[in-house]
Design a protein around this ligand. Structure first.
Ligand code: SDX
Length: 434
């Protein structure tokens, strides 16, 4: 899999012993080169130390490239701006999975394949009744998606490329159905079956907001907005949830269990849970006059408050996805004739934060989660569903990266080491002497 051949070597030396070691530098097609430390411990007896993996490449990958300083995001070489402008989500799914954009015939075949996997086994609806109606829908997603492993045994052999592709198609196709069912269960409405005559985003809106007693028509502008939101959330290199999926998959776990692990990781407010946290934060701020107080709290190390939707481990520039979403915000709210004071509050907050030294010095810019929630709220989703929608969209990225990991000859089970700082060996003390 790795196309990187040693470009040069770096020398590591120990002044105490006079030992020195040559470390190979591997070069990708773009972005930072890497120092190959796979044999470092065997050669030197040292581990490297990198909690949070700020300087560590866990794999080589061809799926997504991010240049955080320039605010660039490419999927298989195509910019996120071009994909959001000229493609629909099914094309982007095909691109992420197969590596190339589909031609018209390939796109139609792929859409049909996904469409005919959207229904879930009828018995899966029983899982929902085990949850309280007010269960967080992400808890439902973790449980129900993991339970797919119990229904689709014919696509759990990770060594069979055919079964891997069927599992990938099933996951992409069934996530909207499972997500819509989680919403329906939370509001006490009947589940709606998917329809084969609707597009991916339209079908999801039908299953979420449609009811049996009347025809639901999703406005083309809203369907397009949802489709674009899915594109913008589809994949993002080796983020926390994707790394979770990869490390779960590295043990040979089945794809449904790996995606359930990814959903769990995405739920955190530092990651995909931030879109829900942004709306809660904007409601907490309430009014423009309160912005200075909350910005001070965001800077206060003793205050756990953080400016949600701001900052990013990789982007030290404006998140290109946030730019597209900010533009979509205006379009969708105009189309829906919704004037949400939270949008003005968000825009004012962004403007003040981006002129504040604390945020400027730390290169804290709006990320993908800052504006997405405002659009989703305008369309009618409760904040508790925001991260569910992120998981729905990110499933294609997770399965694309999972497939790449499985077929990577360099891939071994993920098993990091540690810097041990606990007690060294000590004698046992019987309880009557403690
Ligand atoms: C996503 O990785 C991905 O690609 C993720 C994602 C994807 O598509 O998969 O892009 C999706 O998760 C986007 C991020 C969503 N999360 C949030 O919006 C939550 C708020 N942001 C932060 O919690 C934070 O910015 C992180 C978690 C996103 C990034 O944290 P890092 O890289 O570990 O940075 P850090 O915590 O070391 O912060 C560096 C400095 C610190 O101050 P100092 O110690 O240097 O004085 O910046 C400060 C932090 O305190 N800081 C913030 C801040 N984010 C960082 N201060 C106030 N508000 C913030 N939001």
């Amino acid at each position: 899999m790795s196309k990187s051949e040693p470009k040069k070597t770096l020398k590591l030396s120990d002044p105490d012993t006079g030992d020195s070691w040559d470390l190979s530098v591997l070069q990708g097609s773009t972005g930072p080169d890497v120092i190959d430390i796979r044999k470092l411990y065997a050669q030197t007896g040292y581990f490297t130390y990198d909690p949070g993996f700020t300087s560590t490449a866990s794999c080589d990958s061809e799926v997504t490239y991010i240049d955080g300083d320039e605010g660039i995001l490419l999927h298989r070489g195509y910019s996120i701006e071009d994909l959001a402008e000229h493609c629909d989500f099914m094309e982007v799914c095909y691109l992420l999975l197969r590596g190339e954009l589909p031609n018209a015939q390939e796109k139609e075949t792929f859409k049909t394949t996904i469409t005919y996997h959207t229904m879930v086994h009828e018995q899966m609806s029983n899982f929902y009744r085990g949850f309280r109606r007010d269960a967080h829908p992400m808890a439902v997603m973790v449980g129900v998606v993991g339970a797919l492993s119990a229904f689709y045994h014919d696509s759990t052999d990770i060594n069979d490329p055919e079964q891997r592709m069927i599992a990938s198609h099933r996951l992409i196709a069934k996530m909207p159905t499972i997500a819509a069912m989680a919403y329906k269960y939370s509001v006490g409405q009947p589940f709606m079956y998917p329809r084969n005559d609707l597009g991916y985003a339209e079908n999801f809106m039908h299953m979420t907001f449609g009811v049996p007693c009347e025809e639901y028509k999703c406005s083309p502008a809203v369907a397009r907005a949802m489709d674009r939101i899915f594109i913008l959330h589809a994949d993002h290199e080796q983020n926390a949830s994707t790394s979770t999926v990869r490390i779960a998959g590295s043990s040979g776990a089945n794809p449904f269990a790996c995606i359930a692990a990814g959903i769990s990781s995405l739920w955190g407010p530092a990651h995909g849970g931030a879109n829900e946290a942004v709306l809660n934060m904007l409601n907490q701020i309430g009014d423009k006059k309160n912005i200075p107080e909350f910005l001070e709290r965001a800077k206060d190390k003793d205050d756990p408050f953080r400016l949600m939707g701001f900052g990013h481990r990789v982007y030290k520039n404006y998140d290109p996805r946030a730019k597209v979403l900010k533009k979509s915000c205006d379009e969708v709210l105009k189309e829906l004739n919704v004037s949400d004071p939270l949008l003005e509050l968000a825009q004012e907050l962004e403007q003040i934060a981006l002129s504040d030294d604390y945020f400027v010095e730390r290169k804290l810019f709006p990320n993908v989660d800052f504006y997405s929630g405002i659009i989703l709220k305008a369309i009618g989703f409760p904040t508790s569903m925001f991260t569910v929608l992120f998981a729905l969209a990110r499933t294609v990225g997770w399965v694309a990266q999972w497939n790449e990991m499985i077929t990577d000859p360099n891939q071994k089970i993920g098993r990091p080491r540690q810097l041990y700082t606990g007690n060294t060996k000590r004698d046992f003390v019987p309880i009557n002497q403690r």
